[in-house]
Design a protein around this ligand. Structure first.
Ligand code: G6P
Length: 594
């Protein structure tokens, strides 16, 4: 979704801002723009990619500037609606993430006072309000303007002739990067990671005034000492590192991600205090809240927690949970969100907390809003994930859920000991899947010729079918549906035939025979079948048209090897179809609107 950048220093701001905006492209956007202070205020924006903007923009001087990538909400993608937005005099420029809910009313009032609006956006009221209150002190004018604003915002404000950027946030992330005689601002750390890893996360309700060599933070009208953090991600992690796409690189990083996430969790376990909420897993029912791929991780977690901890676990789409009339009892919430910024998930977390419930957040982003709302946060150590389609963060989420279940398990100790051994072997098993990349790419070539596909699975592999279908549609634009295999007879069978391939996740557990039956029924209706199955399973090989071999693992871990194989299948199908794999149309890495 929208991305914010800001720069103030000794270098020419324009190339720095454009470089930072390129790093935010992964968030998904439809227009972009910059403003710099040079001979007054120079603004250049359009409904184009950052690369095109960089090519067509005039070369501005000036060492202070702001930039934005916009994902349209109020008003379509256009030059006029792109940020930065200006006041009447063209002296104050603002970039904004979030939604101003009372913008219509504010706009009416301001228009009656003589302010002229050019765009359809909610954002444009902000520079006009600041202009109204500006008597010379920019930060004071921003504070006065924000008093009138309802909704969510992360903003950066600049004014012609001032070597200062003013920032503010409420329910939308903003982080300041500390450099040497230069400072950066962004909605997301990767934007400036190549310049600095020293950061200050702005908190809700805070404003800040940033110059080349100073950062002042105000909270509730009082200056406070800023808290500096160090980002553990390296700039290299946010590069393609020789791969054609971030998605492929991130798929290949998964053996390491599994190791890092498990190491992190075992270390945390050693130092955990008595108030550690993870120790309460197994005491109250569990309510998992998530969206998209994270929701599929939660569904796998449900099977694992119910099996190993013997506790009921409910999984809800956060967006649906937010419309529930009642929350029954006091479940222990687990919110799963790679970005930590998904608006629906944050709202659901707040709802649980407002009812007296407690929430553990599982997220990949240190300092994210989810980590601030949660009672406790567990970090997946996946490193920055740039491709919009989640891969390594999903596998890391699964690791956390396995660990939570195993460390609170009521299963007999021999089973847990053997699962632990297998868990430690998972990086090698995933590597075995990656080694079959060539076979999977071949099957993907076949799949890429179709416009529709079904993914089926049973039990713990039902979420695998959902995730496989989601991955394929996200990156290849093939219409794909995930189904519990047993349900396909109740409707989807009407669509079977030569033109509709079916991808079946077959695991050697108690669903095996039923899956074989489903595949036979599907074959009898002429649909081509691609089966994921354990290496050397002759019965599956005989039945399916194509087999993706995966190594043997305890069936509880089959979602890991199966999903990695399906990630590769989606990737290569998309590649075959010439899709923009890392930045699919209309999608965003972090969905910060409801
Ligand atoms: C977007 C992303 C998906 C992600 C979903 C939930 O749709 O494109 O990859 O699964 O949001 O995001 P979260 O950050 O909450 O896991």
């Amino acid at each position: 979704m929208c991305g914010i950048v800001g720069y103030i220093g000794e270098r020419r701001a324009q190339p720095v801002l454009l470089g930072c905006l390129r790093k935010l492209e992964y968030r998904g956007y439809d227009s972009c723009g910059i403003a710099v202070t040079a001979d007054g205020l120079q603004v250049y924006k359009d409904a184009v990619r950052v690369e095109a903007l960089a090519k067509s923009a005039p070369q501005f001087g000036g060492t202070v500037g702001i930039g934005h990538t916009r994902w349209a909400t109020h008003g379509g993608p256009s030059k006029i609606n792109a940020h930065p937005h200006l006041d009447c005099a063209g002296r104050i420029a603002v970039v904004h993430n979030g939604v101003i809910t009372n913008f219509r009313e504010l706009r009416r009032k301001l228009a009656a006072e003589g302010h002229i609006f050019l765009s359809e956006t909610d954002t444009e009221v902000i520079p006009h309000l600041i202009e109204k209150y500006d008597t010379g002190d920019l930060e004071a004018a921003v504070v006065a303007a924000l008093r009138e604003i309802e909704g969510s915002y992360a903003i950066v404000v600049m004014k012609a002739g001032e070597a200062r950027l003013v920032v503010a946030r409420k329910d939308s992330p903003l982080v300041i990067g500390i450099g040497d005689r230069e400072n950066f601002i962004a909605s997301d750390v990767p934007a400036f990671l190549e310049h600095t890893g020293r950061v200050i996360y702005l908190e809700d309700g805070q404003t800040g005034s940033i110059t080349r060599s100073g950062i002042r933070i105000n909270s509730g009208g009082r200056e406070i000492a800023p808290k500096e953090d160090k980002v553990l991600w390296s700039a290299n992690e946010a590069q393609k590192g020789g791969y054609d796409h971030f998605m492929l690189k991130e798929i290949h990083e998964q053996p390491r991600v599994i190791r890092n996430t498990l190491a992190e969790f075992t270390q945390a376990e050693e130092t955990a205090s008595g108030s550690d909420l993870t120790r309460e897993i197994g005491v109250s029912p569990i309510l998992m809240l998530a969206c998209g791929t994270s929701y599929h991780a939660a569904l796998v977690g449900k099977y694992v927690l119910e099996d190993l901890v013997n506790i009921p676990a409910t999984v809800e789409f956060a967006s649906e949970f937010n419309h529930r009339k009642n929350i029954f009892g006091k479940p222990l919430g687990i919110a799963i969100t790679q970005s930590g910024e998904t608006a629906d998930t944050l709202k659901a977390m707040k709802r649980v907390r407002s009812q007296g419930g407690r929430v553990i957040a599982v997220t990949n982003v240190v300092g994210s809003t989810a980590s601030r709302i949660a009672n406790q946060t567990i970090y997946t150590r996946a490193g920055p994930e740039i491709s919009v389609a989640a891969t390594k963060t999903f596998i890391a989420q699964l690791m956390i859920l396995y660990w939570l279940a195993m460390s609170n398990s009521k299963a007999d100790s021999r089973r847990i000991a053997s699962l632990l051994l297998e868990l430690r072997q998972l990086p090698n098993r995933v590597q075995q899947v990656l080694d079959n990349e060539g076979i999977i790419a071949g099957h993907a070539k076949f799949l890429s010729r179709y416009e529709h596909a079904f993914f089926i699975g049973r039990g713990i592999n039902y979420p695998v079918a959902l995730e496989g279908a989601l991955k394929l549609k996200e990156v290849s634009y093939i219409h794909a549906e995930g189904y519990p295999a047993g349900e396909t007879k109740h409707g989807p069978f009407a669509l079977l035939g030569r033109e509709t391939p079916v991808i079946a996740a077959v695991s050697r557990d108690d669903t095996y025979e039923a899956m074989m039956t489903s595949m036979k029924e599907i074959k009898a209706r002429s649909s081509p079948v691609i089966a994921l199955s354990e290496d050397g399973d002759g019965a599956v090989e005989e039945l399916a048209d194509f087999v993706i071999p995966v190594p043997h693992v305890d069936c509880i871990f089959s979602p890991v090897v199966n999903c990695v194989a399906l990630q590769l299948l989606a990737y290569y199908a998309a590649r075959e179809r010439g899709c923009p794999i890392d930045f699919p149309r209309n999608l965003a890495k972090s969905v910060t609107v409801e």
